[in-house]
Design a protein around this ligand. Structure first.
Ligand code: FAD
Length: 475
């Protein structure tokens, strides 16, 4: 058993970073233990993040699409929504994926140890064993000896100190619990997570307010993309409060009263039936005894790593949300692979030049590589070309031609260094742009690649042809 064994690699955390690292290390012949406090593998992403949010967003998008059909002469009555069944669907999706992971761990002989792990020293982790479906402690402890460790303990929701405990005030996990659809909902934090969950609740019937400290929603994306999203989503919102802070939250019997301060702050406290706090996530670096292993943790709880994902202690690696932004599952997965490969003696590096970001809203907003804003900030000379979907046959046929596809080339080398899409299915199409960046493509490489007509993906080829100055205006 694990008690007396020594492992080549101990992975702390069973999220996307952790399981990817564990599986890769096992595939490379190492003896691997993975410590996870929860009953299911998959971490935030599978259990309370990427996957359940997309299960709900898919249903919301279909409802919205059906509503769009009214303009084409196809009218459905308003949908009857059975929240219990919808929640059941979401849970079934999670179950399929987490069960799959358990099977994959077994197939690779990765020893999954259920419990809360803390470093005792640079070569030992103590695990307080947990059981059941939650994280109830069994009272038993187990010490695991390892040669190398990969920290993949992720992040947690940031709690705002002035917000009281109340079932009507939820974080993203609570929102995914889908207990009720409020009449009037406030989203605190206008980032991707808040806007995705806001989309779901709005489609199910809630009116939305959103409050954001920065001067725009969906930070990180270029403003031209966000403008398209905002125009298409204006109907969901009563009030978009930018450059505004939430300063007080009071739970009263008839609602949650929220006071704001700043540019768009209403004078009086506003009443809401539900408040979603989506004000960011904090890394778990300070909760795992890292200091006892000699691993340096920043004040905010991040663990710094080099390009091989090594911490300051060379045989201990760290990956995923705990090492920094962007806190995204696909970044964690790739870092996990690098850490495992390096642990197995391979020469691997993580070079994070083109990490995609996607808001799975309606329309989707997706970008990869250098953005226009970043280019401006860093003095990178670019050539940009935009293909508006108003000229895309497929987008017009779909009745969704509000989007556009943008490619960003280095002005000197003419190689693709960034790209972005706003429109339906934008996230699914982004991969081609990422690949083209990795391959160092120029406009001709992309423009001469034959894209099927009529597809939304064709807009990438057409944007490249715009860059070549030879757009054919194919309808
Ligand atoms: P985590 O997924 O946080 O996993 C860490 C694991 O470690 C957890 O299972 C935790 O229980 C375990 N753990 C922590 N400490 C200990 C300990 N001491 N002992 C034992 N176990 C421990 N990203 C995307 O790329 N796409 C999306 O669409 C997307 N949507 C999201 C939606 C929401 C609502 C949220 C909250 C996040 C979303 N994310 C999305 C972000 C994504 O979930 C994270 O980036 C990803 O899960 C990070 O993976 P990780 O392995 O670093 O950490």
């Amino acid at each position: 058993g694990a008690a007396d064994a020594e492992f080549d690699v101990l992975v702390l955390g069973g999220g996307p970073g952790g399981y990817s690292a564990a599986f890769r290390a096992a595939d490379l012949g190492l003896k691997v233990a993975m410590v996870e406090r929860y009953a299911t593998l998959g971490g935030v992403c599978l259990n309370v993040g990427c996957i359940p949010s997309k299960a709900l967003l898919h249903n919301a998008a279909v409802i919205d699409e059906v509503r769009h059909l009214a303009a084409n002469g196809i009218k459905y009555p308003e949908p009857k929504i059975d929240l219990d069944a919808l929640r059941g669907y979401k849970n079934k999706v999670i179950g399929k994926l987490t069960t799959g992971l358990t099977g994959m761990a077994k197939a690779r002989k990765v020893e999954v140890i259920r419990g809360l792990g803390r470093f005792l020293d640079p070569y030992h982790v103590e695990v307080e064993l947990t059981t059941g479906t939650g994280q109830e402690k069994t009272g038993q402890k187990q010490v695991i000896k390892f040669k190398q460790a990969i920290i993949a303990a992720g992040s947690r929701v940031v709690k705002l100190p002035f917000i009281p405990e109340d079932p009507r005030i939820v974080d993203s996990t609570g929102a995914l619990g889908l207990q009720a659809v409020p009449k009037k909902m406030l989203v605190i934090g206008g980032g991707i997570i808040g806007l995705e969950m806001g989309t779901v609740y709005s489609t199910l019937g809630a009116r939305l307010d959103v409050v954001e400290m920065m001067d725009g929603l969906m930070q990180g994306a270029d403003r031209d993309l966000v403008r398209v999203w905002q125009k298409m989503n204006a109907h969901r919102f009563d009030n978009i409060m930018l450059k505004t802070k939430t300063v007080a939250v009071e739970a009263k019997p008839d609602g949650i009263y929220v006071t704001f301060e700043g540019d768009a702050a209403p004078k009086e406290a506003q009443r809401y039936d539900m408040v979603l706090v989506a004000a960011g996530r904090a890394p778990n670096g300070k909760l795992i005894g890292a200091e006892q292993a000699g691993v340096a943790v920043t004040d905010r709880g991040f663990i710094e790593v080099d390009k091989q994902m090594r911490t300051n202690v060379p045989h201990i690696f760290a990956i995923g949300d705990i090492v920094g932004q962007p806190m995204l599952a696909h970044k964690a997965v790739h870092e996990g692979h690098v850490a495992a490969e390096v642990a197995a003696g391979h020469k691997a590096y993580f070079d994070a030049r083109a990490i995609p970001g996607v808001a799975y809203t309606d329309p989707e907003v997706a970008w990869v590589g250098v953005t226009e804003d970043e280019a401006k900030k860093n003095g990178i000379k670019i050539e940009k070309s935009v293909f508006p979907w108003a000229a895309s046959g497929r987008a017009i046929a779909n009745g969704r031609d509000e989007g556009f596809t943008k490619l960003i080339f280095d002005a000197e080398t003419h190689r693709l260094i960034g790209g972005a899409i706003v429109g339906t299915h934008a996230g699914d199409m982004l991969g081609e742009i990422g690949l083209a960046i990795e391959m160092g493509c120029d406009p001709t490489d992309i423009g001469k690649t034959i894209h099927a007509h009529p597809t939304l993906g064709e807009s990438i080829g057409l944007a490249a042809e715009v860059a070549e100055g030879s757009c054919t205006d194919l309808p």
